[in-house]
Design a protein around this ligand. Structure first.
Ligand code: CAA
Ligand code: NAD
Length: 302
């Protein structure tokens, strides 16, 4: 079938019904890759408007994936698009959406209180077989899982933006995650075409523990006036081979997300200077200039 996706029924058997909660940047991508491998996917958000936006983003993105995978066979490509879209359901009802789930992946706002409220709400309605996962960028998986009665069936599944393109999936085990949960998560991640790595439940896991301080250093460099944003970006692309410079990347990730990450870490670990959000980052958030998603950040996308 399609390159990169495992198709063995064994790999598909453990997890068939997937519920993704939060249909923003990440949730829509996670729902898409799950539907692409034939899972029955339900995407949940809080407003009809948000669901419509997710739907339209997924449609555009699946077309791009299809164009790439089936460039020599457009008819198969069309089938891939309609099969994928046919696997997706959109819902505003949280309790209904988790009733038959094998796996729930949470991708809502990066706020521990909101995540706790969500998981305690679904813990009482989801069947005992259901594995819960969070796509958090920076919060402790054990802390998120603490409000549930299924700590052995709770895991971190950290995807990267754009989910349909980025190959990595970080899998985060807590001390209480069972081997069975972990193995099912690895199998599912591989079936979805991702390369998995395993990390302990530490701040930022692997990628963000390195990438977020890197973006922070770029902001400090800009504040010192060492170089312009454009030149810093050009330098890191041409001198270090990065696909995006630190400001292009920060605009792409969303400044609110990066700010929430740093604010949380700096409160928990006040002695780590790399975790302090810079003035420029805070101002961008205060001004609503969140990056690509709002049309303006360090750069303009209007
Ligand atoms: N859906 C589907 N396909 C997409 C896509 C999307 N949303 N975005 C890009 N693509 C595809 C394009 O169709 C294109 O395919 P072809 O090769 O067939 O043409 C390919 O990806 C490349 O896209 P573009 O030509 O538009 O642009 P590009 O070459 O600059 O690549 C990029 C775009 C893949 C985003 C690349 O710039 C990149 O890798 N940037 C770095 C992204 C990154 O570091 N992400 C991690 C952020 S950190 C994070 O996610 C963790 C966190 O918790 C904050
Ligand atoms: P986003 O703002 O694009 O999307 C969040 C979505 O969740 C919105 O559509 C919102 O309406 C919805 N939502 C909020 N509360 C909800 C609730 N109670 N029930 C259902 N839906 C709800 O955010 P995002 O960038 O997709 O990030 C989501 C999560 O993924 C965060 O934990 C973030 O840290 C993490 N993450 C982000 C990135 C990134 O690059 N942006 C990468 C990896 C992980």
């Amino acid at each position: 079938l399609c390159r990169g996706f495992a198709t063995s029924s064994h790999l598909r058997s453990a997890i068939n019904n997937v519920t993704v909660i939060g249909g923003g940047l990440m949730g829509s991508g996670i729902a898409q890759v799950s539907a692409q491998i034939g899972n029955n996917v339900t995407l949940v958000d809080v407003t009809d408007e948000a669901l419509q936006k997710s739907k339209s983003n997924i449609q555009t993105s699946v077309q791009r994936v299809s164009k790439k995978l089936y460039k020599d066979n457009p008819a198969e490509g069309e089938k891939f698009v309609s099969n994928t879209l046919g696997k997706l359901n959109f819902s505003l009802s949280l309790p209904d959406s988790v009733k038959d789930a094998d796996l729930v992946v949470e991708a809502i706002v990066e706020n521990i209180n909101v995540k706790h409220k969500l998981f305690s709400e679904i813990d009482s309605v989801a069947p005992s077989k259901t594995i819960f996962a969070s796509n958090t960028s920076s919060l402790s998986i054990q802390d998120i899982a603490s409000v549930t009665s299924r700590k052995d069936r709770f895991i971190g599944l950290h995807f990267f933006n754009p989910v349909p393109v980025m190959k990595l999936l970080e899998i985060i085990r807590t001390a209480e995650t069972s081997d069975e949960t972990y193995n099912k998560a690895v199998e599912w991640g591989k079936a979805a075409g991702k390369v998995t790595i395993t990390c302990k439940d530490t701040p930022g896991f692997v990628v963000n523990r390195l990438l977020v301080p890197f973006m922070g250093e770029a902001f400090k460099m800009l504040e010192r006036g060492d170089a312009t944003a454009r030149d810093i970006d050009t330098a890191m692309k041409l001198g270090a081979g990065h696909p995006m410079g630190p400001f292009e990347l920060a605009d792409y990730v969303g400044h609110d997300t990066t700010y929430f990450i740093l604010k949380g870490w700096s409160e928990k670990y006040p002695d780590v200077p790399q975790f302090q959000p810079t003035k420029t980052l805070k101002k961008l958030v205060d001004d609503g200039k969140l990056g690509v998603k709002t049309g303006e950040g360090i750069y303009s996308y209007k």
